[in-house]
Every structure is written in structure tokens, then in C-alpha cells.
Design a binder for this molecule. Structure first.
Ligand SMILES: [Zn+2]
Length: 300
């Protein structure tokens, strides 16, 4: 990220013996070594190896369609989180959003249902096709790490650029953000959501810590390193916030079972218990020790 030489070992990966998580001695950024190439990354996502790796022991989640519906609730929560950072609802019809790395296209679909104008970009052909079949939304296929002249048609067109759970997968996040920012109007807003390397539970349990490191995640951002990446990419006014979708049930499941519960997303408790969840999430988010972090910044 900073271009300096010198790395220290951080952790092994849960699903790959050929890469390691390492910390830069100079800027403190945590990234895989050796760094995957653009070609390796493209192969990885076009074949959808990430979701299939995560759910490799769940036979019923080995088709694209099953994975698509598995992601639906996850992205519902992402859409509600994104909306908190957007201009007031009265202006929503006038602002144009674009979602980069849209996966199955749930975020554009949900944001359009909320009344926003939103397009999307996704390099995986099957996912774009499934989105078109499901809801009729066409997603662009641009890859910002390669030359894609079509992007220029939409240069300076959008008010808000969204990247939820994308930047941790990108081998050159600064180059990626610089290229993607061409889509934004001057002073347009960038919204990013990524896993948080400062997640409080990593310190408490070795199994949880080891689960956090995977081949799909090339970057492991803290609020500080995410801010540096955004500033190096030409964004100003960067602010980072805690984002905790996972409930206290998820933490208790890890504590009891030393493993994730992959059967469902543990985001909410039943209604009579939800008050305790609200207190839990608010405390972790206020300390920015949450599972994810959300960031906003503005194009100069
Ligand atoms: Zn560095």
C-alpha cells in the first residue's frame, strides 16, 4: 500500500497454505503475501471461489442460485446501513448511486425499492445474468484493474459510489479506488464497508481469530489503514464508523462451539430479546471494535 519493503508474519489462512497475512513494517497495513495478481483475482471471482470456499461443507449451498438467496438477508442489512449515510430521503430521487462489486445485484435492487436511482458493476458473468433474470436490472461488467474504456461514458455521472465488502478483496486498493472514483461527480461521496481488523472478538478466541484470515481477503483494514487508503486515492473528509450486524448470539455461539454457525445469519434476536442486542451492538460500534467498519469520504 505504501510502496516500502519489509513485512512481518501475522497469521496463516484458514483455507490456503500458499499465502500468509503479513503486516507492513512501515505503514502497518495488513495484506496477503505473496500478493495475488490481477489475473489470479479475476479467475478467483469469475469462478466464485470465495462463497464456495466459505460454504464448502454445506452441500445445499453449492449452486449459484442457492448462494444468491443466502446473500439476500445479508445485503438487506447492508442496504439499511448504507441508507444511514445518504442525504435526506426527500432528495433521494435526485441522487444517483452506483454499487461496485454488486455480487448478485441485491443492493441495487433493494436501493431501487427504497426509491433511489442505483446502478451496479460486477465482473462475474453468472451473477450479472442471475440479477437480470431475477429483477430485470442490468449490471455493468467493468474491471477497474484493467483498461475499460466504457467507464468513461459514465465519468462524473454519479453522486454516490458504494463498495460494500469489496475493497478487502482487491490486490491494489488505491489503484482500484482511483479508477472507480472517475465515475463520481466532484465532491461526490464514496461509501465503503469492510471487515474490521480491530474486531474485539479476535483477541478473545483463537478459533475466531484464525477464521478471520482467508484467501479471499487480500486486505485487513483498521480504521486507520482504511483512512490512509482512501486519502491516498484522492478522497478527503474521511470518517470511519463501527458497523455491527452480527448479534450477541453469534458471539455466544463462537464461545460455546469454537466455530461459526453457517446455517443462518445471526443478526437479530427474537423480538422480546432484541433490546439486549441493541445495547450490545451500540457499545461495540461506539468503540469501533465491530465486525465491520463503514467509511465515507469525498472526491476532491
Ligand atoms: Zn506499507
Amino acid at each position: 500500500m505504501c510502496g516500502e519493503v519489509g513485512l512481518a508474519f501475522v497469521n496463516k489462512l484458514r483455507d490456503d497454505d500458499t499465502h500468509y497475512a503479513t503486516r507492513c513494517n512501515h505503514c502497518g497495513h495488513v495484506q496477503l503475501a505473496p500478493l495475488p495478481t490481477v489475473e489470479e483475482d479475476e479467475e478467483f471471482y469469475k469462478k466464485d471461489k470465495m462463497l464456495k470456499n466459505i460454504f464448502k461443507d454445506i452441500q445445499s449451498l453449492q449452486t449459484e442460485e442457492k448462494l444468491m438467496y443466502r446473500m439476500e438477508l445479508f445485503v438487506h442489512e447492508q442496504a439499511d446501513n448504507l441508507e444511514k449515510y445518504l442525504p435526506p430521503k426527500s432528495d433521494q430521487a435526485d441522487i444517483r448511486l452506483i454499487d461496485i462489486g454488486t455480487g448478485f445485484g441485491w443492493l441495487p435492487q433493494f436501493m431501487r425499492e427504497k426509491g433511489y436511482q442505483m446502478d451496479g458493476v460486477e465482473i462475474n458473468d453468472d451473477k450479472r445474468e442471475l440479477c437480470k433474470q431475477r429483477c430485470g436490472i442490468e449490471i455493468f461488467g467493468w474491471n477497474f484493474l484493467k483498461d475499460e474504456p466504457e467507464v468513461m461514458e459514465k465519468a462524473g455521472y454519479y453522486d454516490v459510489l458504494c463498495m460494500t465488502h469489496v475493497l478487502e478483496h482487491i490486490s491494489d486498493p488505491v489503484l482500484f479506488l482511483k479508477r472507480a472514483s472517475i465515475l463520481l461527480k466532484p465532491k461526490g461521496m464514496l461509501f465503503i464497508d469492510v471487515p474490521n481488523f480491530n474486531d474485539y472478538y479476535r483477541e478473545h478466541q483463537k478459533e475466531y481469530n484464525d477464521w478471520a484470515f482467508m484467501r479471499a481477503h487480500v486486505n485487513y483494514f483498521t480504521p486507520e489503514t482504511l483512512t490512509k487508503v482512501m486519502e491516498r486515492s484522492g478522497f478527503s473528509g474521511v470518517k470511519v464508523y463501527g458497523h455491527q450486524p452480527h448479534s450477541i448470539e453469534n458471539a455466544i455461539h463462537w464461545w460455546r462451539n469454537k466455530a461459526p454457525d453457517l446455517r443462518w445469519h445471526q443478526f437479530y434476536l427474537s423480538e422480546p430479546l432484541e433490546w439486549i442486542n441493541k445495547i450490545y451492538k451500540a457499545k461495540i460500534e461506539s468503540e469501533v471494535k465491530s465486525t465491520f467498519i463503514s467509511a465515507v469520504g469525498y472526491r476532491k
